[in-house]
Design a binder for this molecule. Structure first.
Ligand code: ZN
Length: 408
């Protein structure tokens, strides 16, 4: 799971060890999604979500160029024998059991509780300190799941959850259990525990429809996407209809669409940050128009980090105001001033403030882009101070031209 967007030290999802050669199949060229026809935006987004999370692979955060849709449906076909280990408290164990039982109920899988530190199991949940998780996975990771499957039949899974941060633990459980139950990828099409762009730590009704669908008896482990799709579409339609009748469907939420790092419409040529972002997302509205692109640039160790939005606005003040809530979230409550500094030492209109957030110095900014009506906004944080010349250099390094395509 990518850490709750609250923290500057953002965590990531991790999809096991699944880095294949890239099949650069863009979602927009995806035949199923373009052939899917429904007047129901909820159903369309749910179908796109299912497709991306079950059959697609997004690994934008690991900057690999992986996005393929050649996988088969994977799910458990044997009873799940669970054990827990590590720094597990009674409370944490209760919570884990409770969530696992909920998942088992939705999917119809048999759950056998083997107790703590059991010798015999095919599903192990280990609680360890986040620093160990980062060492095991990556600097961005706060928790992860690694299911192992054989031709789509999941035969085992390990899940690591943080033992030292109750909030992260809560945010992680359902997300990682979804991975461990067969949703190997991520999607950000709607409100879901599997999306790190939406603030959902618990399964939403959308997630529950997807879990029931994945484990429906009309589908089977190992089914290729082409064969599964017509059935999936029917099951999702029925699930949505049922939940809608029951009045149980929550908000769809915003729609985000992961894009390849070299598909963002701007570039940042700043020395100490990599040229390509670690995470790139487009924000869509119903007609498919991109209204905003955001990208996170960070060094491998996260010693420096920038999040940049490229979006429409009438003027810098409007953009500054619309960036406020986002900044409050990423800085865990940090407020932006009503009277930011004018950017008067660069040939662009803009506003900025430099803020110490308790662990880092951050430049928060709005800068007009070269295209009229478009603005950059975001933050750049580092452990050391940010001088005036550094600020100018950083803001000057933003440009409305896409980055060089990655070599394939
Ligand atoms: Zn994840």
């Amino acid at each position: 799971l990518i850490g709750r967007a609250a923290s500057l030290l953002i965590g990531v999802l991790l999809l096991g060890a699944c880095v294949n050669d890239a099949t650069r199949l863009r979602v927009s060229e995806n035949s199923f999604l373009s052939s899917v026809d429904s007047d129901d935006p909820g159903l369309k987004r749910l179908a796109a979500f299912f497709d991306e999370a079950v059959f697609g692979r997004d690994d934008a955060l690991k900057s690999s160029k992986v996005r393929s849709f050649d996988r088969v449906l994977s799910r458990w076909v044997v009873p799940i024998r669970v054990t827990v280990g590590g720094d597990v408290t009674d409370n944490a164990e209760r919570k884990i059991r409770d969530r696992l039982e909920h998942f088992a109920g939705l999917t119809g899988t048999e759950l056998i509780w083997q107790g703590r530190n059991a010798k015999r199991y095919n599903f192990k949940i280990t609680l360890i300190d986040s620093s160990q998780i980062r060492a095991e996975a990556s600097v961005d990771t706060i928790c992860f799941a690694r299911p192992t499957d054989s031709y789509g039949k999941i035969i085992s899974a390990v899940v690591f959850l943080p033992s030292n941060d109750a909030e992260d633990f809560e945010d992680c459980i359902d997300h990682e259990l979804m991975h461990a139950f067969g949703f190997d990828g991520h999607s950000h099409r709607l409100n879901s525990a599997l999306s790190y762009m939406h603030k959902q730590s618990r399964l939403t009704a959308w997630d529950e429809i997807m879990l029931r669908t994945l484990y429906d008896s009309r589908l089977s482990a190992g089914l290729p996407r082409n064969d599964a799709w017509p059935i999936v579409w029917e099951l999702l339609s029925q699930g949505v209809a049922r939940q809608r009748t029951a009045g149980a469907l929550p908000e769809l939420g915003e729609e985000f669409w992961a894009v390849f790092p070299d598909e963002i419409p701007f570039s940042l040529g700043y020395d100490s940050l990599p040229d390509l972002p670690r995470l790139a997302m487009a924000h869509h509205i119903h007609d498919g128009r991109t209204v905003e692109t955001r990208a996170v640039f960070a060094t491998r160790t996260n010693s420096e980090r920038a999040e940049i939005f490229h979006a429409e606005a009438d003027d810098p003040v409007e953009r500054w105001d619309s960036y406020r809530p986002r900044w409050r979230r990423v800085s865990k409550g940090g407020n932006l001033t009503d009277k930011p500094n004018e950017l008067d030492d660069l040939p662009y209109r803009g506003l900025y403030d430099t803020i110490w957030n308790g662990s880092r110095h951050c430049l928060v900014f709005v800068r007009e882009a070269e295209i009229p009506g478009r603005f950059f906004s975001g933050y750049y944080c580092r452990t050391g101070a940010i001088s005036g010349s550094m600020r100018r250099k950083f803001l000057d390094a933003l440009s409305t031209s896409p980055p060089e395509p990655a070599e394939s």
